[in-house]
Write a protein that binds this ligand. Structure first.
Ligand SMILES: Nc1ncnc2c1ncn2[C@@H]1O[C@H](COP(=O)(O)OP(=O)(O)O)[C@@H](O)[C@H]1O
Ligand SMILES: [Mg+2]
Length: 444
């Protein structure tokens, strides 16, 4: 089966190379008995991939089950997966079959495998190596023949280091690794996906599909999509239902989904805080990792933008000296910094900041075409001469940024540390230490 027909059959939208590579790998391993580890952020399509693999495997006529390991309480997970004997524990009034028994001959998809308790990991390893398992309260091992596809949206290597994930299980699962790209990494697919969902929802709600104007489309393409395809689908549904007119412009889009202009770093995003820890809050190291990750991404976006500008404005070699050293990451001071983008760390971007039609690019006063990347003006660049690109180091000093986040959260919560800590996703203890470190104590 070729890629195109698989996409059609399973409703997979996208043409980006990274998606194709992942899908191609899935097709190649589908027919084997190999264990597969699918990695990728939440909502990128990991479960869809697992279903494709099963449906194209010799097991396709047998059962498939998707189990969200992270959602099952650790006290019952062994019983759910491997079954239990009557009387094995209080409440076990009958024998119960586990998923590994009911799916015998088929495929089991273990989502959020990083959340699996360590004792369960040992049982899973045994199944993978010998096909044997022991139901809770039983003494004799049983046999099963189940293909395992696991998925994770966290780096398991980190869990291994923290002693939360077995290294031997990791290597056993990771024989084949399929990385499903985030939507950010394939922004060329965003609009196509949106259109597909718009058509689907039009059918569902018995209306005409919505259409976006160019600027609205660019807003979608420049948003960071932390929830990936799932989030895009939700946005398409909201807009399909709430838009008054079937032709949606940028203003309408933002009115319906204001979050699309939210470029705050993830520390302040709700979905980032307190997910995987027991009320202790996220440790500062994780915040810093996330900040670094986002900085890297911003830098890559910037590079991409510079490439586009070079390409589309036919800049001569002389013009490029500064840009080249920027690309090469050299520390050498560029001869002339190119005024490309103003970086906002303090406030959200509002619609007025996004100006696609009116941008004049300075060297030859060439106009941007409609489909050029969004350029963000700073409030201070009142005239048409752009302000200079800010030094990356200057803008993104980690400490400075962290301090700002903390200040912002404290102001928002009127100095209430408990609430501020919760919003920041750090423990109160960490916040307390940070306040001292940054000498913010007397300010709130
Ligand atoms: N390439 C794609 N084309 C169309 N829909 C997709 C694609 N990838 C994911 N989806 C849809 O996005 C949603 C989230 O996918 P899912 O597989 O549950 O993500 P994950 O398991 O990574 O969290 C589902 O509704 C799925 O059908
Ligand atoms: Mg999922």
């Amino acid at each position: 089966m070729n890629l195109q027909s698989v996409k059609q059959r399973f409703g997979i939208i996208g043409r980006s190379q990274k998606l194709d590579q992942a899908l191609d790998k899935a097709l190649r391993v589908a027919g084997t008995e190999m264990t597969v580890l699918i990695t990728g952020e939440s909502g990128v399509g990991k479960e869809v991939f697992s279903r494709i693999i099963h449906s194209l495997s010799p097991r396709k006529h047998n059962n498939f089950i998707a189990v969200n390991t992270g959602a099952i309480p650790s006290g019952t997970i062994n019983s759910e997966l491997f079954g239990h004997k009557k009387g094995a524990f209080t409440g076990a009034t009958t024998d119960r079959k586990g998923y590994f028994e009911t799916v015998d001959g088929g495929t089991i998809f273990l989502d959020e495998i990083g959340e699996m308790p360590i004792d369960t990991q040992a049982f899973l390893l045994r199944i993978l190596e010998s096909g044997e398992y022991i139901p809770v309260g039983e003494s004799k091992a049983r046999k099963t023949d189940v293909r395992v596809i696991a998925a994770t949206n966290v780096a398991l290597e980190k869990n291994i280091q923290a002693g939360k994930f077995r290294e031997d299980l990791y290597y056993r699962l990771n024989t084949i690794n399929i990385q499903v790209p985030s939507l950010r990494e394939r922004s060329e697919d965003i609009y196509m996906l949106f259109r597909k969902f718009a058509v689907d929802f039009a059918e569902k709600y018995r209306s005409e599909p919505i259409h976006l104007d160019e600027k609205a489309r660019q807003i979608l393409e420049h948003y960071t999509w932390p929830g990936n395809v799932r989030e895009l689908k939700n946005v398409a549904e909201q807009v399909s239902v709430l838009a008054e007119d079937r032709f949606v412009d940028a203003q309408q889009l933002i009115t319906i989904v204001p979050g699309l202009l939210d470029r705050n770093l993830p520390v302040l995003r709700n979905n980032f805080s307190n997910k995987n820890n027991n009320g202790g809050g996220m440790e500062e190291r994780e915040i810093l990792y996330q900040l670094l990750f986002d900085m890297k991404k911003d830098l890559n976006d910037l590079k991409g933008l510079v490439f586009e500008l070079i390409k589309d404005n036919n800049l001569s070699v002389n013009d490029l000296t500064g840009i080249r050293s920027l690309m090469a990451g050299s520390n050498e001071e560029p001869e002339r910094k190119h005024p490309i983008i103003q970086h906002h760390t303090e406030r959200n971007i509002s619609l007025e900041d996004i100006d696609i039609t009116n941008n004049e690019f300075n060297p030859g006063n060439r106009k941007f075409e409609e489909n050029r990347p969004i350029i963000i003006h700073s409030e201070h660049s009142s005239d048409n001469s752009f302000a200079e690109t800010e030094d990356i180091e200057e803008v993104l000093s980690l400490m400075e940024m962290e301090k700002r986040f903390i200040k912002k959260a404290l102001i928002k919560h009127h100095g209430k540390r408990k609430d501020a800590a919760e919003e920041l996703g750090i423990s109160e203890r960490t916040l307390y230490r940070k306040i001292k470190e940054y000498e913010l104590a007397d300010k709130f």
